[in-house]
Design a protein around this ligand. Sequence first.
Ligand SMILES: Nc1ncnc2c1ncn2[C@@H]1O[C@H](COP(=O)(O)OP(=O)(O)O)[C@@H](O)[C@H]1O
Ligand SMILES: [Mg+2]
Length: 595
Amino acid sequence: MNTNAGDGHKVGSWATYRRLLGYTRRHWPIAVLAVIGMIVDASALTGFTSLIKPMLDNLFTARDPHTIFWMPFWIVGIFSLRGLGAFMENYGTSLIGLNVVQQMRMDIFDAYLRMPSSFFNRESSGHQIARVTYTCEQVSNASTQAVKVAITDGLTVIGMVGLMLWTSAFLTLALLIMVPVVTIVVTYISRRYRRIGKKVQNVMGRVTGSVDEVVNGQREVKIYGAQRNERDRFEDVTQTARRLNMKVAITSSLSSATVQTVAAGSLALIIFMATRKPIIDTLTPGSFTTMLIAMGAILPSLKRLTGVQAGIQRGVAAAEELFEIMDMPPEADTGSQNISRCQGEIRYTDVHMRYPGAHVPALRGIDLHCKPGTVTALVGRSGSGKSTLVSMLPRFYEPSAGHIELDGRPLDDFTLAALRRQIAWVGQRVVLFNDTVANNIAYGELAGASEQETIAAAEAANAMEFIRELPNGLHTVIGQGGNQLSGGQRQRIAIARAVLKNAPILILDEATSALDTESERLIQQALNRLMRDRTTLVIAHRLSTIEHAHQIAVLDQGRVIEQGTHEQLLARGGTYAALHRMQFHDHDSALTGTD
Ligand SMILES: Nc1ncnc2c1ncn2[C@@H]1O[C@H](COP(=O)(O)OP(=O)(O)O)[C@@H](O)[C@H]1O
Ligand SMILES: [Mg+2]
């Protein structure tokens, strides 16, 4: 099933190489330095090997005093030069490699920042994290380590072959029969590496994902005693990772074993050929030893050169995945209208919406009109489409049919930034960032707010009372996700954020549903303050909190089935009235209690 993809790959991989090179282009002076280092490194080795012949023939056979005097200096000189070359090459490749990793990480991070919401439903967050941590490293290995081996060892092989040709062309040419064998091995191995490389990346994403889930869901794991299942699942994934990496290791050692065998065969061949009658007369002990040593020096280089395929293939597979993400279309932001503060008139006209990949639409023909400064409550069973409806206002999702207007203009007339500046949002799940309380309230574009403004917002959100009791007050760092705070406290910080934003439109998606009565009272009070003079869309579980809304829309299976004020809907005796009766009854029995 992958045969077609194989052909496409070759074209794709050239483009990938070129684009990868683009990442190093900025560092070309360092690259030049590194390449010079590689050339020096390789030629020093060839230079040393070329000293073998004079050493043997002149030092011992001819006892030439000039050679005897200079030989130690040549050797020290050559190896110092080689040391310098090796330093330049390692320094250069590390510098470029680390820069490429950082640049790639930034590019992927930037891509994540401009992706539409639907992108984040597509795959687990583990994959998204692994791309930044693991996959980027793979790319850097390809663009530096592999290149280093390719150039240094490539040049060593060329130099050595040149030296051999110069020493004895006949013997060297006789060794050419080994070329096709090496080519076959290398081709086979590179294909295999590419195949495994993709799989390794994928499985690394699953490893991160598994950890991510257990760390975030540690409570659920404990309460439901899922340690065993999670452990098994993790073992499964890591086992797959180990198995795949083992395949890489086996492929790599098989390839070097093959190369060694081929090389040993060649050595044997040299000895055999060299000892034949016409040849043996033309060879000095020096040239014969040079042939053997050059052949021996080619060996480790050839071994590394076949291994280099592993690095490059893995890196290219990694880069392909990263580039694919970078090339994904960002959120559509074609509007040009820039408003500082809208009136807040919202109109949904026959809005349909189906999530990508979903079989049934989440919304099927929503008509809703919210006058500026009024409160609209959305009620309905879970899954009826309430959250979907409100998430289309900041354009997290686009309608598949119908349209939404703000102040009489289609939403996509506005720039995304201008549109979202009009909206404050308090959701059920409050996300706090790993920063101080003050910076969590004055978040993003609100960062310029003064301390007084931040405090005023916290006061209005009934949050200041608990913030004062924190070890460093407003400047207490709350951990990632804000785990030290209770649900109600987190909610109040989110409300303070919304107060500070002071946007004309307010969206409350079950902002109070997870709270106890006391915090609910405090929060409801804060919310009532917040809703004043704003166009508010409120989704509430408890109907008691929305009785005073200007209008109530009852949703069912993506449609508005009833609409009106609390009194109108009660009088109508439909779904809302039934819901209300049920909650009232529940409330009643909760008060009386069960014996
Ligand atoms: N990100 C999503 N991807 C696919 N389907 C979704 C997504 N979010 C919600 N849905 C589906 O859309 C429907 C409406 O969901 P939602 O708007 O969250 O309902 P509510 O907020 O009223 O509980 C449900 O059937 C739900 O399964
Ligand atoms: Mg919801």
